[in-house]
Write a protein that binds this ligand. Sequence first.
Ligand code: AHR
Length: 329
Amino acid sequence: MKRRGMAAVLALCMLLTGCGARRPTEDASEEAAQDQSILLGFSQLGWESAWRLANSESIKEAAERAGVSLMYENAEQKQDRQIKAIRSFIAYQVDVIAFSPIVETGWDNVLQEAKDAGIPVLTTDRMVETGDESLYAGFIGSDFYTEGLHAGEFLIEKARRENLGELNIVELSGTLDSTPMLQRAEGFRDAIAGQQNLHLIDSMSGDFLRPKGKECMKVLLEKYERIDVLYSHNDAMTLGAIAALEEAGLKPGEDVIIITVDGEQAAIDLLKEGKINCVIECKPQIGDMVMELAQKLAAGEEIPRCTYSEEQVFTEYDADLDSIPPRGY
Ligand code: AHR
């Protein structure tokens, strides 16, 4: 949409990924058509899980479908790399910036720079915490607090149905200071508050990573004589923790109740096998909504402050787990 110098356009062409890449053209009509499309700078936080890979694919494929030119950067789990990417988007005068913030705090300066440059910012998947709400236009992603609530509600229901009595719960949490870690923890605690038989005895951060999930579970198994429930903030950590439980001779899903978030195919398969008791869905496929909102922002339109995906809960009590369509991640 914005007019940029030829040097900047040429430099961009080398950086753009996917079929959305623009090339200098001698064809006037093609150039006119290009002027209708927008340039979106997107900073992905990393590739810590199958969920994240699916999210990245969703963004790239949706950009292509929508005819949005995408300048895509992956920060490999480092906040300073996300900040650097956002600064490069500002320098290239993109129409809109979208990013999935690895943590909630520490964005004010770079967001102020985007605002000063007149570039609207959309946060995707995760949120930022700032004293100045005008620094970003809106958020699109999951309602992590409700996911945490659903996890707690499932446990209460299972304890009631099976008359389970006292239960010791351990939590594997995600990246500290990240929105899913904060809200999934809060929702779960709020759900089980007042349940005298449910005891949250420990919480460790496995950083949303499978190997760390396994390491943390090993530490917890050494530390506690009796663990009845594992509440894990994502499937990657859950898969690691299940390996640790099995190596310790325990049966996941029977000796230890397993509640996990995301809904990767691997987790759904383990739910069907009885090794996981409850899977809370978190949808990575938000690309189309991101493009729609980015196009509105580029056109100067207002967008909602919060747009949430619709999500489901899958449990061992569901009548027909075999009818769950392939997850695609
Ligand atoms: O922000 C979404 C979370 O990030 C997903 O639950 C997890 O798998 C990813 O690492």
